[in-house]
Design a protein around this ligand. Structure first.
Ligand SMILES: Cc1ncc(COP(=O)(O)O)c(C=O)c1O
Length: 389
């Protein structure tokens, strides 16, 4: 997709809103603008659209509609899951141990860091293999009767690896411990049925699948102990107060429906493009490694480290050459420190600083990818020359 002659290859950071999604949202800004808590007809209309959207989402993930909580974003969903269950489990049964992987999004890792520093929880990190994947046996070894919650990312934003969430979930269920997964990336491309995945809580964000920014979902399995994240009115099952953002919720439901219904057909668009980028980059450029799993990865996701390359300089040069890419996560771009995710995979510092993520979208063409692949080797060479000067 071109905008001011820049080709967007950063679809894991965000996506444009699908015009069909914009169309269903529009009437809710200035025609059907009621507050879903009001009793009059405007309110009833809003309430109906809210509950219809909730049902659409519930059907897509195989849950009950009352298990769907609308939030403001994926980060909020992660915060609500971790903080909400940790506090509830400590209150009801004194559980204060939290298990997470070292490759979580900051919305999870910084939340549990705060739970540790300010609230006295004990956080334990489950090791990952060189692809950044969690071995379910490692969860089995570490899970304890006083574990309050286990959280493992579904598909990683930086390196694209997809974790065996169903197997980890089975272990947690057999031990009676609540299990959360951050499926903000995965839900855009893969089926995310909550029973197949064996999850108790799951985070989703609309802007990764051609929905609007600023709206997300937290799935909370019925019976999961959780304290409210926003106190006030009784919205969202008394878990998240605040007047509903109906246009965005309606847009999320439409976008999620399009994403989930069409994901199988989109694989035939994504996979040849993804594999072309991976194969050509590994073949053409010296001292490069693919990060993340070669096959258990998101269908639109490629990521690399280049030895002796400054990733931020590379991104600026790519931008000047007409390609919008990322070094890993949008939240990290511009940060001179190596990514914790890449360090957890065991890469030395001189490799981790040279990371590049190229993620493709529904409109990306093979011509665009061929142009990118012609440009990349020369830029890598130039950045390496700059560093040795
Ligand atoms: C895996 C993952 N979790 C959480 C988030 C945060 O989502 P949001 O931007 O909707 O807050 C992101 C966004 O990049 C993500 O990739």
């Amino acid at each position: 997709m071109r905008n001011n002659s820049i080709i967007f290859l950063d679809y894991a950071s965000t996506t444009p809103v699908d015009p069909r999604v914009v169309d269903v949202m529009m009437p809710y800004f200035n025609q059907k603008y009621g507050n879903s808590s009001s009793t009059h007809k405007y309110g009833q209309q809003a309430e109906e659209s809210l509950e219809d959207s909730r049902q659409v989402v519930a059907d897509l993930i195989g849950s009950k509609s009352k298990e769907i909580i609308f939030t403001s974003c994926g980060s909020e969903s992660d915060n609500m899951a971790l903080r909400g269950v940790a506090f509830a489990e400590r209150k009801s049964r004194g559980a204060s141990h939290i298990l997470i992987s070292p490759v979580e999004h900051h919305a999870v890792s910084n939340t549990v860091n705060q739970l540790q520093e300010l609230h006295g929880f004990e956080v334990e990190i489950i090791p990952v293999d060189r692809y950044g994947m969690v071995d379910p046996d490692e969860v089995q070894k570490r899970i304890r009767p006083d574990t309050a919650i286990v959280s493992v990312i579904h598909a990683n934003n930086e390196i694209g690896s997809v974790n065996p969430i169903d197997e980890i979930g089975k272990i947690c269920r057999s031990r009676g411990i609540r299990f959360h997964t951050d499926a903000v990336q995965g839900a855009a491309h893969l089926p995310v049925n909550v029973d197949s995945l064996n999850v108790d809580l799951m985070s989703i964000g609309a802007h990764k699948f051609y929905g609007p920014k600023g709206v997300g979902i937290l799935y909370v399995r019925e019976g999961t102990p959780i304290v409210p994240s926003l106190t006030g009115g009784g919205q969202e099952n008394n878990l998240r107060a605040g007047t509903h953002n109906i246009p965005y919720i309606v847009g999320l439901a439409k976008a999620f429906d399009l994403a989930q219904q069409g994901h199988q057909e989109r694989l035939s668009h994504y996979l040849p493009l993804r594999d072309r980028i991976i194969n050509q980059t590994l073949d053409q450029i010296p001292s490069v490694k693919l990060t993340g799993h070669p096959s258990h990865r998101l269908p639109n996701h490629t990521s690399f480290v280049f030895k002796g390359v400054d990733g931020n300089t590379l991104l600026m040069m790519l931008d000047a050459a007409g390609y919008a890419c990322s070094s890993g996560s949008a939240c990290k771009t511009g940060d001179p420190e190596p990514s914790e995710v890449l360090l957890a995979l065991g890469f030395p510092r001189e490799w981790t600083l040279g990371s590049l993520r190229v993620t493709i979208g529904q409109m990306t063409t093979m011509d665009e990818i061929e142009g990118f692949l012609e440009t990349l080797p020369g830029l890598i060479h130039q950045v390496r020359e700059l560093i040795t000067l």
